[in-house]
Design a protein around this ligand. Structure first.
Ligand SMILES: [Zn+2]
Length: 77
């Protein structure tokens, strides 16, 4: 008789695991969809257009790389 309880418990555990996995996948998909929103931003130093997720934002300005960020900061002050 004990084995039926073990089986039920195992099924329940697997079910809970699958539900959590599904929820997690859905939220991952949302994050991916957000980061792939093809918004392009222009670097304020060289005007190269780069995806928003790769851009470096500082004080409402956009930089394509750390080098241009430093250049921008140097010119700003
Ligand atoms: Zn640049």
């Amino acid at each position: 008789m004990g084995i039926i309880k073990v089986l039920l418990f195992t099924l329940l555990a697997v079910g809970v695991f699958l539900v959590f996995k599904k929820i997690r996948k859905v939220s991952d998909d949302k994050v991916v969809a957000k980061s792939f929103g093809n918004k392009m931003l222009g670097c304020c130093i060289c005007e190269t257009h780069i995806p928003e997720r790769e851009a470096i934002m500082h004080r409402d300005k956009v930089y394509c790389s750390e080098a241009h960020l430093k250049q921008g900061l140097g010119e700003g002050e």
